[in-house]
Design a protein around this ligand. Structure first.
Ligand code: NDP
Length: 385
Protein backbone atom coordinates (compact mmCIF):
# COMPACT_ATOMS: atom_id res chain seq x y z
CA UNK A 1 0.00 0.00 0.00
CA UNK A 2 1.22 3.46 -0.90
CA UNK A 3 1.24 5.89 2.05
CA UNK A 4 -0.31 9.21 1.03
CA UNK A 5 -0.84 12.59 2.71
CA UNK A 6 -3.04 15.31 1.23
CA UNK A 7 -2.33 18.99 1.91
CA UNK A 8 -5.55 20.86 1.14
CA UNK A 9 -7.76 17.77 1.47
CA UNK A 10 -11.03 19.76 1.65
CA UNK A 11 -10.58 21.63 -1.64
CA UNK A 12 -11.53 20.69 -5.17
CA UNK A 13 -8.28 18.76 -5.86
CA UNK A 14 -8.25 17.32 -2.34
CA UNK A 15 -11.78 15.94 -2.69
CA UNK A 16 -11.06 14.42 -6.11
CA UNK A 17 -7.95 12.78 -4.65
CA UNK A 18 -9.94 11.36 -1.73
CA UNK A 19 -12.57 10.06 -4.15
CA UNK A 20 -9.91 8.10 -6.06
CA UNK A 21 -8.25 6.79 -2.90
CA UNK A 22 -11.57 5.56 -1.54
CA UNK A 23 -12.28 3.74 -4.81
CA UNK A 24 -8.98 1.85 -4.46
CA UNK A 25 -8.83 1.14 -0.71
CA UNK A 26 -6.31 -1.69 -1.10
CA UNK A 27 -3.80 0.53 -2.87
CA UNK A 28 -3.49 3.50 -0.51
CA UNK A 29 -3.08 4.22 3.17
CA UNK A 30 -3.88 7.79 4.23
CA UNK A 31 -1.41 9.23 6.72
CA UNK A 32 -2.29 12.93 7.07
CA UNK A 33 -4.97 15.31 5.82
CA UNK A 34 -4.97 19.11 6.14
CA UNK A 35 -7.36 22.03 5.69
CA UNK A 36 -7.44 25.73 6.47
CA UNK A 37 -10.75 26.34 8.30
CA UNK A 38 -13.18 23.64 7.17
CA UNK A 39 -13.25 21.44 10.29
CA UNK A 40 -16.37 19.48 9.31
CA UNK A 41 -15.11 18.34 5.91
CA UNK A 42 -11.64 17.58 7.31
CA UNK A 43 -12.98 15.44 10.16
CA UNK A 44 -15.36 13.60 7.78
CA UNK A 45 -12.51 12.83 5.40
CA UNK A 46 -10.28 11.67 8.28
CA UNK A 47 -13.01 9.32 9.53
CA UNK A 48 -13.71 7.89 6.06
CA UNK A 49 -10.04 7.21 5.31
CA UNK A 50 -8.81 6.26 8.82
CA UNK A 51 -6.20 9.00 8.58
CA UNK A 52 -3.66 9.11 11.40
CA UNK A 53 -3.30 12.89 11.54
CA UNK A 54 -5.70 15.74 10.72
CA UNK A 55 -4.29 19.27 10.66
CA UNK A 56 -6.25 22.49 10.62
CA UNK A 57 -4.12 25.50 9.65
CA UNK A 58 -6.25 27.88 11.69
CA UNK A 59 -5.14 27.33 15.30
CA UNK A 60 -8.39 28.76 16.70
CA UNK A 61 -10.24 25.73 15.31
CA UNK A 62 -8.19 23.03 17.08
CA UNK A 63 -10.64 22.26 19.89
CA UNK A 64 -13.49 22.03 17.34
CA UNK A 65 -11.42 19.53 15.36
CA UNK A 66 -10.56 17.51 18.50
CA UNK A 67 -14.26 17.26 19.31
CA UNK A 68 -15.12 16.25 15.74
CA UNK A 69 -12.52 13.45 15.85
CA UNK A 70 -13.57 11.98 19.19
CA UNK A 71 -13.85 8.21 19.09
CA UNK A 72 -11.32 7.85 16.24
CA UNK A 73 -7.59 7.05 16.30
CA UNK A 74 -6.88 10.21 14.35
CA UNK A 75 -4.75 12.82 16.10
CA UNK A 76 -5.78 16.46 15.71
CA UNK A 77 -3.20 19.23 15.34
CA UNK A 78 -3.16 22.85 14.21
CA UNK A 79 -0.97 25.67 12.94
CA UNK A 80 2.07 26.08 10.70
CA UNK A 81 4.30 23.54 12.46
CA UNK A 82 1.57 20.88 12.26
CA UNK A 83 1.22 21.54 8.51
CA UNK A 84 4.98 20.96 8.19
CA UNK A 85 4.63 17.75 10.21
CA UNK A 86 1.87 16.56 7.86
CA UNK A 87 4.04 17.33 4.82
CA UNK A 88 7.25 15.77 6.13
CA UNK A 89 5.76 12.79 8.00
CA UNK A 90 5.74 9.12 7.04
CA UNK A 91 3.87 9.36 3.69
CA UNK A 92 5.81 8.42 0.54
CA UNK A 93 3.55 10.54 -1.66
CA UNK A 94 2.39 14.02 -0.67
CA UNK A 95 -0.41 15.63 -2.66
CA UNK A 96 0.26 19.40 -2.55
CA UNK A 97 -3.20 20.91 -3.08
CA UNK A 98 -3.26 24.00 -0.87
CA UNK A 99 -4.26 27.06 -2.89
CA UNK A 100 -1.83 29.97 -3.23
CA UNK A 101 1.53 30.84 -1.75
CA UNK A 102 0.24 29.47 1.60
CA UNK A 103 1.24 26.05 0.23
CA UNK A 104 4.89 26.95 -0.27
CA UNK A 105 6.32 26.12 3.18
CA UNK A 106 4.56 22.74 3.54
CA UNK A 107 5.50 21.80 -0.03
CA UNK A 108 9.13 22.75 0.65
CA UNK A 109 9.03 20.64 3.82
CA UNK A 110 7.89 17.64 1.77
CA UNK A 111 10.68 18.28 -0.75
CA UNK A 112 13.29 18.57 1.99
CA UNK A 113 12.07 15.24 3.40
CA UNK A 114 12.76 13.70 -0.04
CA UNK A 115 9.12 12.85 -0.76
CA UNK A 116 7.45 12.27 -4.08
CA UNK A 117 5.11 15.22 -4.51
CA UNK A 118 1.97 15.30 -6.62
CA UNK A 119 2.02 19.04 -7.25
CA UNK A 120 -1.25 20.90 -7.84
CA UNK A 121 -0.20 24.03 -5.90
CA UNK A 122 1.27 25.88 -8.90
CA UNK A 123 1.63 29.17 -7.00
CA UNK A 124 4.38 27.60 -4.84
CA UNK A 125 6.48 26.76 -7.90
CA UNK A 126 5.76 30.13 -9.53
CA UNK A 127 6.90 32.15 -6.51
CA UNK A 128 9.95 30.07 -5.62
CA UNK A 129 10.80 28.21 -8.83
CA UNK A 130 14.61 28.34 -8.69
CA UNK A 131 14.77 27.63 -4.95
CA UNK A 132 12.25 24.81 -5.14
CA UNK A 133 13.78 23.04 -8.15
CA UNK A 134 17.22 23.27 -6.56
CA UNK A 135 15.80 21.72 -3.36
CA UNK A 136 14.22 18.92 -5.42
CA UNK A 137 17.64 18.10 -6.91
CA UNK A 138 19.45 18.33 -3.58
CA UNK A 139 16.98 16.14 -1.70
CA UNK A 140 16.36 13.67 -4.54
CA UNK A 141 12.69 14.45 -4.31
CA UNK A 142 10.32 13.98 -7.28
CA UNK A 143 7.71 16.45 -8.54
CA UNK A 144 4.80 14.84 -10.38
CA UNK A 145 2.62 17.46 -12.09
CA UNK A 146 -1.09 17.29 -11.29
CA UNK A 147 -2.11 20.37 -13.28
CA UNK A 148 -3.81 18.77 -16.29
CA UNK A 149 -1.61 20.55 -18.86
CA UNK A 150 1.67 19.68 -17.16
CA UNK A 151 0.48 16.18 -16.48
CA UNK A 152 -0.31 15.88 -20.21
CA UNK A 153 3.21 17.06 -21.08
CA UNK A 154 4.72 14.69 -18.53
CA UNK A 155 2.79 11.81 -20.12
CA UNK A 156 3.64 12.95 -23.67
CA UNK A 157 7.33 13.24 -22.85
CA UNK A 158 7.19 9.53 -22.04
CA UNK A 159 10.66 9.64 -20.49
CA UNK A 160 12.27 11.36 -23.53
CA UNK A 161 15.22 13.66 -22.90
CA UNK A 162 14.26 17.33 -23.03
CA UNK A 163 16.97 17.88 -25.73
CA UNK A 164 14.69 15.98 -28.13
CA UNK A 165 11.87 18.46 -27.58
CA UNK A 166 11.59 21.55 -29.79
CA UNK A 167 8.67 23.12 -27.92
CA UNK A 168 5.74 22.41 -25.67
CA UNK A 169 2.26 23.71 -26.31
CA UNK A 170 -0.01 24.38 -23.35
CA UNK A 171 -3.67 24.35 -24.25
CA UNK A 172 -6.14 26.79 -22.66
CA UNK A 173 -9.91 26.53 -22.73
CA UNK A 174 -10.12 30.33 -22.94
CA UNK A 175 -12.36 30.41 -19.85
CA UNK A 176 -15.86 31.85 -19.55
CA UNK A 177 -14.95 35.14 -21.32
CA UNK A 178 -13.19 33.67 -24.36
CA UNK A 179 -15.47 35.50 -26.77
CA UNK A 180 -16.53 38.37 -24.47
CA UNK A 181 -15.82 42.01 -25.26
CA UNK A 182 -13.49 44.11 -23.09
CA UNK A 183 -16.51 46.18 -21.97
CA UNK A 184 -18.40 43.05 -20.89
CA UNK A 185 -15.38 41.73 -18.97
CA UNK A 186 -14.81 45.04 -17.17
CA UNK A 187 -18.10 44.65 -15.31
CA UNK A 188 -18.11 40.85 -15.01
CA UNK A 189 -19.37 39.59 -11.64
CA UNK A 190 -17.60 36.97 -9.49
CA UNK A 191 -20.44 34.52 -10.27
CA UNK A 192 -19.85 34.96 -14.03
CA UNK A 193 -16.08 34.69 -13.63
CA UNK A 194 -16.15 31.41 -11.67
CA UNK A 195 -18.60 29.75 -14.10
CA UNK A 196 -15.99 27.84 -16.06
CA UNK A 197 -17.36 26.19 -19.22
CA UNK A 198 -15.48 22.87 -18.87
CA UNK A 199 -13.89 22.43 -15.44
CA UNK A 200 -15.24 22.50 -11.89
CA UNK A 201 -12.55 24.04 -9.63
CA UNK A 202 -11.93 26.20 -6.56
CA UNK A 203 -12.86 29.90 -6.72
CA UNK A 204 -9.33 31.33 -7.05
CA UNK A 205 -8.22 29.15 -9.96
CA UNK A 206 -11.61 29.71 -11.65
CA UNK A 207 -11.04 33.49 -11.63
CA UNK A 208 -7.46 32.89 -12.83
CA UNK A 209 -8.91 30.89 -15.72
CA UNK A 210 -11.22 33.76 -16.59
CA UNK A 211 -8.36 36.31 -16.71
CA UNK A 212 -6.01 33.73 -18.33
CA UNK A 213 -3.62 34.39 -15.43
CA UNK A 214 -3.99 30.68 -14.79
CA UNK A 215 -2.36 29.99 -18.15
CA UNK A 216 0.31 32.56 -17.30
CA UNK A 217 1.05 30.81 -13.99
CA UNK A 218 1.13 27.52 -15.92
CA UNK A 219 3.64 28.96 -18.37
CA UNK A 220 5.97 29.74 -15.46
CA UNK A 221 5.19 26.36 -13.88
CA UNK A 222 6.05 24.60 -17.17
CA UNK A 223 9.37 26.42 -17.36
CA UNK A 224 10.38 25.19 -13.91
CA UNK A 225 9.04 21.66 -14.33
CA UNK A 226 10.49 20.93 -17.76
CA UNK A 227 13.42 23.36 -18.03
CA UNK A 228 12.44 24.99 -21.35
CA UNK A 229 12.83 28.75 -21.94
CA UNK A 230 9.81 31.01 -22.48
CA UNK A 231 10.22 31.08 -26.29
CA UNK A 232 9.83 27.28 -26.46
CA UNK A 233 6.55 27.22 -24.51
CA UNK A 234 3.52 28.20 -26.58
CA UNK A 235 -0.09 28.76 -25.53
CA UNK A 236 -2.95 27.61 -27.74
CA UNK A 237 -6.62 28.24 -27.02
CA UNK A 238 -8.62 25.03 -27.44
CA UNK A 239 -12.19 25.58 -26.19
CA UNK A 240 -13.22 21.92 -25.91
CA UNK A 241 -10.50 21.02 -23.32
CA UNK A 242 -10.00 17.59 -24.88
CA UNK A 243 -6.31 17.90 -25.76
CA UNK A 244 -4.67 18.79 -22.45
CA UNK A 245 -1.29 19.82 -23.94
CA UNK A 246 1.22 18.79 -26.59
CA UNK A 247 4.94 18.12 -26.99
CA UNK A 248 6.61 18.84 -30.34
CA UNK A 249 9.82 16.90 -30.91
CA UNK A 250 12.84 17.95 -33.01
CA UNK A 251 11.76 15.60 -35.82
CA UNK A 252 8.38 17.35 -36.15
CA UNK A 253 6.39 14.64 -34.37
CA UNK A 254 3.79 15.97 -31.93
CA UNK A 255 2.54 13.87 -29.02
CA UNK A 256 -0.47 14.91 -26.96
CA UNK A 257 -2.57 13.56 -24.12
CA UNK A 258 -6.34 13.61 -24.53
CA UNK A 259 -9.14 12.90 -22.08
CA UNK A 260 -12.41 14.21 -20.73
CA UNK A 261 -12.03 17.31 -18.54
CA UNK A 262 -11.97 15.52 -15.19
CA UNK A 263 -9.11 16.25 -12.78
CA UNK A 264 -9.32 12.68 -11.49
CA UNK A 265 -7.42 11.58 -14.63
CA UNK A 266 -4.21 13.58 -13.97
CA UNK A 267 -4.53 13.05 -10.21
CA UNK A 268 -4.79 9.28 -10.76
CA UNK A 269 -1.70 9.37 -12.98
CA UNK A 270 0.27 11.02 -10.18
CA UNK A 271 -1.18 8.74 -7.48
CA UNK A 272 -0.39 5.53 -9.34
CA UNK A 273 2.86 6.66 -11.04
CA UNK A 274 4.80 4.89 -12.48
CA UNK A 275 1.76 2.62 -12.97
CA UNK A 276 -1.81 3.52 -13.86
CA UNK A 277 -5.05 3.04 -11.97
CA UNK A 278 -8.71 2.99 -13.04
CA UNK A 279 -10.85 6.13 -12.66
CA UNK A 280 -14.60 6.69 -13.08
CA UNK A 281 -13.92 9.59 -15.49
CA UNK A 282 -16.17 9.70 -18.53
CA UNK A 283 -14.54 8.06 -21.57
CA UNK A 284 -13.74 10.28 -24.51
CA UNK A 285 -16.24 10.01 -27.37
CA UNK A 286 -14.49 11.77 -30.23
CA UNK A 287 -17.27 11.03 -32.71
CA UNK A 288 -19.76 12.78 -30.41
CA UNK A 289 -17.39 15.72 -29.89
CA UNK A 290 -16.85 15.67 -33.69
CA UNK A 291 -14.60 18.74 -33.92
CA UNK A 292 -11.69 20.28 -32.08
CA UNK A 293 -11.01 24.02 -32.44
CA UNK A 294 -7.85 26.04 -31.89
CA UNK A 295 -7.06 29.75 -31.82
CA UNK A 296 -4.29 32.11 -30.73
CA UNK A 297 -4.79 33.73 -27.30
CA UNK A 298 -5.80 37.41 -27.44
CA UNK A 299 -3.21 39.28 -25.37
CA UNK A 300 -5.08 42.57 -25.70
CA UNK A 301 -8.24 41.30 -24.00
CA UNK A 302 -6.28 39.04 -21.65
CA UNK A 303 -3.25 41.11 -20.52
CA UNK A 304 -2.57 38.76 -17.57
CA UNK A 305 -1.04 36.22 -19.96
CA UNK A 306 1.35 38.83 -21.38
CA UNK A 307 2.28 39.94 -17.84
CA UNK A 308 3.09 36.38 -16.78
CA UNK A 309 5.35 35.87 -19.80
CA UNK A 310 7.12 39.16 -19.04
CA UNK A 311 7.57 38.08 -15.41
CA UNK A 312 9.03 34.74 -16.50
CA UNK A 313 11.46 36.47 -18.85
CA UNK A 314 12.43 39.06 -16.22
CA UNK A 315 13.01 36.27 -13.63
CA UNK A 316 14.40 37.46 -10.27
CA UNK A 317 11.58 38.56 -7.98
CA UNK A 318 9.08 39.19 -10.81
CA UNK A 319 7.20 35.84 -10.69
CA UNK A 320 6.70 36.14 -6.90
CA UNK A 321 5.47 39.73 -7.35
CA UNK A 322 3.11 38.66 -10.14
CA UNK A 323 1.67 35.89 -7.99
CA UNK A 324 1.24 37.90 -4.78
CA UNK A 325 -0.40 40.83 -6.58
CA UNK A 326 -2.72 38.43 -8.37
CA UNK A 327 -3.70 36.59 -5.17
CA UNK A 328 -4.67 39.86 -3.45
CA UNK A 329 -6.45 41.22 -6.52
CA UNK A 330 -8.44 37.99 -7.05
CA UNK A 331 -9.45 37.85 -3.38
CA UNK A 332 -10.60 41.48 -3.56
CA UNK A 333 -12.54 40.83 -6.79
CA UNK A 334 -14.27 37.82 -5.20
CA UNK A 335 -15.28 40.02 -2.25
CA UNK A 336 -16.72 42.66 -4.58
CA UNK A 337 -13.90 45.15 -3.85
CA UNK A 338 -12.61 45.70 -7.40
CA UNK A 339 -13.67 45.17 -11.01
CA UNK A 340 -12.63 42.15 -13.05
CA UNK A 341 -10.45 44.32 -15.31
CA UNK A 342 -8.68 45.78 -12.25
CA UNK A 343 -7.04 42.41 -11.54
CA UNK A 344 -4.55 42.61 -14.43
CA UNK A 345 -4.16 46.37 -13.92
CA UNK A 346 -3.09 45.88 -10.29
CA UNK A 347 -0.68 43.09 -11.26
CA UNK A 348 0.85 45.28 -13.97
CA UNK A 349 1.35 48.19 -11.60
CA UNK A 350 2.95 45.90 -8.96
CA UNK A 351 5.37 44.60 -11.61
CA UNK A 352 6.19 48.10 -12.88
CA UNK A 353 7.02 49.31 -9.36
CA UNK A 354 9.10 46.25 -8.54
CA UNK A 355 12.81 46.67 -7.93
CA UNK A 356 13.18 43.94 -5.31
CA UNK A 357 16.24 41.67 -5.71
CA UNK A 358 15.89 38.01 -6.65
CA UNK A 359 15.01 35.84 -3.63
CA UNK A 360 17.83 33.61 -2.37
CA UNK A 361 15.77 31.68 0.17
CA UNK A 362 12.19 30.80 1.05
CA UNK A 363 12.32 33.55 3.71
CA UNK A 364 13.17 36.07 0.96
CA UNK A 365 10.22 34.79 -1.09
CA UNK A 366 7.89 35.34 1.87
CA UNK A 367 9.27 38.82 2.45
CA UNK A 368 8.55 39.73 -1.19
CA UNK A 369 5.14 38.07 -1.00
CA UNK A 370 4.12 39.95 2.15
CA UNK A 371 5.51 43.27 0.90
CA UNK A 372 3.59 43.03 -2.39
CA UNK A 373 0.41 42.00 -0.57
CA UNK A 374 0.70 45.09 1.63
CA UNK A 375 1.30 47.49 -1.25
CA UNK A 376 -1.46 46.05 -3.48
CA UNK A 377 -3.91 46.10 -0.55
CA UNK A 378 -3.03 49.77 0.02
CA UNK A 379 -3.55 50.53 -3.66
CA UNK A 380 -6.99 48.87 -3.55
CA UNK A 381 -7.93 50.81 -0.41
CA UNK A 382 -6.84 54.08 -2.04
CA UNK A 383 -8.88 53.30 -5.14
CA UNK A 384 -11.94 52.43 -3.11
CA UNK A 385 -11.61 55.47 -0.81
P1 NDP B 1 -9.74 25.07 -3.27
O1 NDP B 1 -9.93 26.50 -2.93
O2 NDP B 1 -10.89 24.27 -3.71
O3 NDP B 1 -9.06 24.30 -2.01
C1 NDP B 1 -7.95 24.83 -1.35
C2 NDP B 1 -7.49 23.93 -0.22
O4 NDP B 1 -6.42 24.57 0.46
C3 NDP B 1 -8.57 23.67 0.83
O5 NDP B 1 -8.35 22.42 1.43
C4 NDP B 1 -8.32 24.80 1.84
O6 NDP B 1 -8.85 24.50 3.13
C5 NDP B 1 -6.80 24.82 1.84
N1 NDP B 1 -6.26 26.14 2.21
C6 NDP B 1 -6.67 27.34 1.76
N2 NDP B 1 -5.94 28.33 2.31
C7 NDP B 1 -5.05 27.73 3.13
C8 NDP B 1 -4.05 28.21 4.02
N3 NDP B 1 -3.81 29.53 4.16
N4 NDP B 1 -3.32 27.32 4.72
C9 NDP B 1 -3.55 25.99 4.61
N5 NDP B 1 -4.51 25.46 3.79
C10 NDP B 1 -5.24 26.32 3.06
O7 NDP B 1 -8.57 25.03 -4.35
P2 NDP B 1 -8.36 23.99 -5.56
O8 NDP B 1 -8.46 22.60 -5.06
O9 NDP B 1 -9.16 24.43 -6.71
O10 NDP B 1 -6.85 24.30 -5.95
C11 NDP B 1 -5.76 23.88 -5.14
C12 NDP B 1 -4.47 24.10 -5.92
O11 NDP B 1 -4.49 23.25 -7.06
C13 NDP B 1 -4.32 25.55 -6.46
O12 NDP B 1 -2.97 25.89 -6.42
C14 NDP B 1 -4.79 25.43 -7.91
O13 NDP B 1 -4.18 26.38 -8.75
C15 NDP B 1 -4.33 24.01 -8.25
N6 NDP B 1 -5.10 23.38 -9.31
C16 NDP B 1 -6.44 23.18 -9.15
C17 NDP B 1 -7.20 22.58 -10.15
C18 NDP B 1 -8.66 22.31 -9.96
O14 NDP B 1 -9.26 21.66 -10.82
N7 NDP B 1 -9.27 22.71 -8.89
C19 NDP B 1 -6.57 22.20 -11.43
C20 NDP B 1 -5.15 22.40 -11.46
C21 NDP B 1 -4.45 22.98 -10.44
P3 NDP B 1 -10.37 24.96 3.54
O15 NDP B 1 -11.30 24.07 2.75
O16 NDP B 1 -10.43 24.71 4.99
O17 NDP B 1 -10.50 26.40 3.17
Amino acid sequence: MKKVSILGATGSIGKSTLDLIQRSPDEFEVVALTASVNVGALADAARRTNAKLAVIANEGRLSELETALQGTDCRAAAGPSALIEAAAGEAELVVAAIVGCAGLKPTMAAIEAGKTIALANKEALVTAGDIMTEAVRRNESTLLPVDSEHNAIFQSLAGSHIDQVSRIILTASGGPFRTASTAHMRDATPAQAVAHPNWSMGAKISVDSATLMNKGLELIEAHYLFGLPSDRIDILVHPQSVIHSLVEYVDGSVLAQLGSPDMRIPIAYALAWPDRMPTPAQRLDLAAISRLDFEEPDLERFPALRLAREALEARGSAPAVLNAANEIAVASFLEGGIRFSDIARLVESALQQNDRPAPQSIEDVFEIDQDVRRSVTLLIEERCA
